[in-house]
Ligand binder design. Structure first.
Ligand code: SF4
Length: 316
């Protein structure tokens, strides 16, 4: 099968099921450089919306992929950065809906929701999943390290306004980071903030994959349980569920492609490799190869070896 440039997966998402990803922006193009980002530090920090890739090219790839032939629950616009920076996002959503009846989700950091045009473009999506890392300016700047003059007052007003206007499913997610936003007082403040937002579900997450900054630690199970209880949220399990899939025939290339967007723990990697009928010996040998491949970073995070391909270019 063809090695697609903009489409990847399906990836098992713990929030929305089997998700076919569409990435309309170049690697690590974002208006934040979150300390916990699993893709590393942001290379291209920008708040300028652009048509990074031609819309027609993305849609024609989706047509070629033929969603009907695959086991997919949802088509998700996500990326190796912030998808609302794609200037033709509204047309992209409409275009996807002309190709498939599957619901369309957008995963976003929510920063651009202050822009009425972005809010309007998102109205046609079936699900929008914005993240919330802070309830005040100080924590916002410390965790998200936003572009230029982006500030908490502006972005929080954008999210609150959007939540009142939007008719689809709004799933917000709080990312708890140990020592940054996970104390009892923090949770209490999140509660007050959440009261202003009209959302359908709240997910509580923590950084289970290697973060951009090595000193960042995940919140403990106890903290997560406390937040889930106090905020009436849903905990995202510490371990990924389901298994990964790639249409790329060459297994090594498939691993590079998946791990460039979704770092793979050794367990996830092994489960993917065994789905390709590899023997234990072949799995060990591929893991050894990944460890010395200069395109791959092997990180020991929380005692689990995790592989992230940083410079693999899609379509190569
Ligand atoms: S976590 Fe998301 S919003 Fe934050 S830097 Fe990474 S891609 Fe951007």
């Amino acid at each position: 099968m063809k090695n697609f440039k903009y489409i990847y997966g399906p990836v098992p998402s713990r929030r929305i099921g089997n998700s076919l990803g569409i990435s309309p922006i170049p690697e690590k193009t974002c208006n934040y450089s979150c300390v916990y980002c699993q893709l590393g530090r942001t290379d291209h920090l920008t708040n300028k919306r652009e048509e990074f890739f031609p819309l027609e090219e993305i849609l024609s790839e989706l047509k070629e992929y033929n969603v009907f032939e695959h086991d997919i629950d949802v088509v998700t616009i996500v990326g190796e950065g912030e998808p609302t920076l794609y200037s033709r996002l509204g047309e992209l959503i409409t275009g996807i809906k002309e190709i498939t009846k599957k619901p369309v989700a957008v995963i976003t950091n929510g920063a651009l929701l202050y822009d009425a045009e972005v809010r309007k473009e998102l109205m046609n999506a079936d699900m929008v999943l914005p993240s919330i890392d802070a309830y005040n300016e100080k924590i916002y700047k410390k965790i998200d390290r936003p572009y230029g003059k982006l500030n908490f007052e502006t972005i929080s007003k954008g999210l609150i306004d959007f939540s009142k206007e939007y008719k689809g499913q709004l799933y917000v997610e709080i990312m708890l980071v140990d020592g940054f936003n996970s104390s009892d007082e923090d949770i209490e403040s999140f509660k007050e903030y959440l009261n202003k937002i009209d959302y359908d579900k709240l997910y509580i997450n923590t950084c289970v994959r290697p973060p951009a900054e090595s000193h960042i630690k995940p919140a403990s199970h106890d903290r997560i349980a406390y937040a889930v209880n106090k905020l009436d949220g849903i905990s995202i399990d510490m371990l990924a569920s389901g298994s990964f899939y790639s249409g790329i025939e060459n297994t090594y290339d498939a691993v590079l492609s998946i791990s460039s967007r979704h770092p793979l723990s050794k367990f996830e990697l092994k489960s993917f490799l065994s789905s390709r009928d590899m023997s234990e010996k072949e799995v060990d040998s591929m893991i050894a190869e990944l460890r010395v491949d200069e395109r791959v970073t092997a990180i020991n995070y929380g005692g689990i070896e995790t592989f992230r391909a940083r410079k693999h270019k899609r379509g190569n």
